[in-house]
Design a protein around this ligand. Structure first.
Ligand code: MV4
Length: 501
């Protein structure tokens, strides 16, 4: 049995994984960067190892330093969490080569699901519904035009090495096609060093519904039902819920079966998620497979009673699933709200800083997975997710009421958070009535996105900051944070100085 696990991650997910370790009497090892010296996961772990400077590239993405820490600590397994190296096949290989258990799927599964054209081919062979489209390589413009006519407009051009919304282009008619195709290939080459693209029929106003999978090393695979993830902003999930208010039980069973077959088709082991698009007529199509634990896994845990991290550890330890599909039930309704250190009334600018006060909501059916505490300074180097608020109740309506109450009770002072935005979502009729899809935020932006209803002062400020950005643009965005948050951080600090002016 695995005795000691190094958690190659930080923040809320590191603490969450360590909780399951403790309940299983497994020693936990934290790794931390300069900026995370005082982070909760470092305090919570049984031991902790410094792995490098604050930028992720020098710490949480540094494979050698992480494996060195694992060897030094005597860890017999590594849990990657989500993000960072969680879907890096090179990391999985090097961990295995070091004689350490990688708590996740095989490198081969990571590779095959990471290439979207390969994933499509595997799913077609497995009898899983895929979006009508093609992965053909075209020899000339005529072939592109002819194929697009067969698929029909509107269509999507996607990067095979992309995913999560990166490297996608919507094409509404033939006039846009060739230019869009060339742009898509150029963008894919720049972003992923791989210009391979494929074409799919565009599914209008889809739902984003995903199924949680557990697969052991003995051929047993079960699903833990679905998560509705259609409340998204810029391809970033904001609110997730289960059961989905949109699908019927008949469709749920069909999708669950196909999700299991999708996992079987790649000899998957561990916890994984099959993403589907579902159109307004309840047609569903395989979108992507995520070969990692997902941020939103707690809502599935709440309605099924299954500790998914515990199952990951038992599977990695070679134990057969003790759970049978027939005994998995959806009990009640769970909703998750993601709490970000961002200012929703200022275009979601990052809001790092020191937590002056925090009061978590409590009460029946309320869970928070967080890591910040009074006096803690939120670093600028990493994703601004500070916690997840998960509520459960017998019915969806009661769960929404409970979420509204919990958001109202959730006090985080010293920084701006997305809580006001989440409160507005929970009070939006389309959401309350369960009548929404991936266009929900766009369709309700007048009430949800205050910062986009800029007044004259805000417009003037934005013009000034844009000009400052323009004259500053030769400074490279810090490569320690994603481009968006880097430029946002820059304009955030500039805006602060302009406001002081
Ligand atoms: C699509 C689609 C409609 N038709 N593909 C978004 C990110 C990645 N998971 C794939 N995504 C989509 N692929 C076809 N053929 C709709 C989405 C989609 C989406 C697209 C734009 C804006 C927000 C979105 C949210 C979820 C899914």
């Amino acid at each position: 049995m695995i005795q000691k696990i190094l958690v190659a991650n930080r923040g809320e997910i590191a603490v969450r994984i360590m909780r399951s370790c403790r309940e299983m009497s497994i020693q936990s090892v934290a790794v931390y960067s300069t900026a995370d010296r005082k982070s909760m996961h470092v305090r919570y772990a049984d031991e902790a190892y410094f792995i490098g400077d604050s930028p992720s590239s020098e710490s949480y993405l540094n494979i050698e330093n992480i494996i060195h820490a694992a060897k030094k600590s005597g860890a017999d397994a590594i849990h990657p969490g989500y993000g960072f190296l969680s879907e890096n096949d090179e990391f999985a290989r090097k961990v295995n080569k070091a004689g350490i258990v990688f708590i996740g799927p095989s490198p081969e599964s990571i590779v095959s699901m990471g290439d979207k054209i390969t994933a499509r081919k595997i799913m077609i062979d497995a009898g899983v519904n895929v979006v009508p489209g093609t992965d053909a390589k075209f020899n000339n413009d005529e072939e592109i035009i002819g194929t697009a006519r067969e698929i029909g407009y509107p269509l999507m051009i996607k990067a095979s090495a992309g995913g999560g919304g990166k490297g996608m282009r919507l094409v509404r008619n033939e006039h846009e096609l060739l230019a869009s195709y060339k742009m898509a290939r150029s963008e894919a080459k720049t972003a992923f060093n791989n210009d391979t693209v494929y074409i799919e029929k565009y599914i209008e106003s889809p739902h984003h519904i995903e199924f949680q999978i557990l697969a052991d090393t003995h051929g047993n695979i079960i699903h833990l039902f679905e998560r509705e993830c259609s409340v998204q902003r810029r391809h970033q999930k904001v609110v997730e819920e289960t059961p989905s208010p949109f699908i019927s039980n008949k469709l749920r069973n069909k999708m669950g079966k196909q999700a299991v077959e999708a996992a079987r088709s790649v000899n998957y082991t561990g916890a994984g998620t099959i993403e589907f698009l579902v159109d307004g007529n309840q047609n569903f199509y395989f979108l992507e497979m995520n070969t990692r634990l997902q941020v939103e896994h707690p809502i599935t845990e709440r309605i099924t009673g299954v500790d998914i991290v515990k199952q990951q550890i038992l599977i990695a330890d070679g134990q057969p699933l003790a759970l049978q599909q027939e005994e998995i039930r959806q009990f009640g309704h769970a909703i998750e709200c993601r709490i970000y250190a961002e200012d929703p009334d200022n275009n979601f600018m990052p809001s790092p800083g020191i937590i002056q006060h925090i009061t978590d909501p409590l009460g029946l059916g309320v869970r928070t997975d967080g890591y910040v505490y009074e006096g803690y300074e939120i670093p600028i180097y990493y994703d601004p997710l500070i916690s997840k608020l998960i509520v459960w109740a017998q019915t969806r309506k009661e769960a929404i009421n409970r979420m509204q109450r919990a958001l109202y009770s959730y006090k985080i002072l010293g920084i701006k958070t997305s809580i006001p935005f989440l409160k507005r979502i929970m009070n939006t009729p389309d959401f309350v009535n369960g009548k929404y899809n991936t266009h929900f935020i766009e369709n309700n932006k007048q009430t949800l996105l205050h910062s986009e209803n800029c007044n004259a002062d805000c417009e003037l400020l934005s013009i000034i900051v844009s000009y400052i950005n323009f004259i500053e643009q030769d400074t490279e965005p810090s490569n320690n944070v994603s481009h968006e948050s880097s430029s946002q951080w820059k304009s955030y600090s500039l805006k602060k100085s302009v406001i002081r002016l």
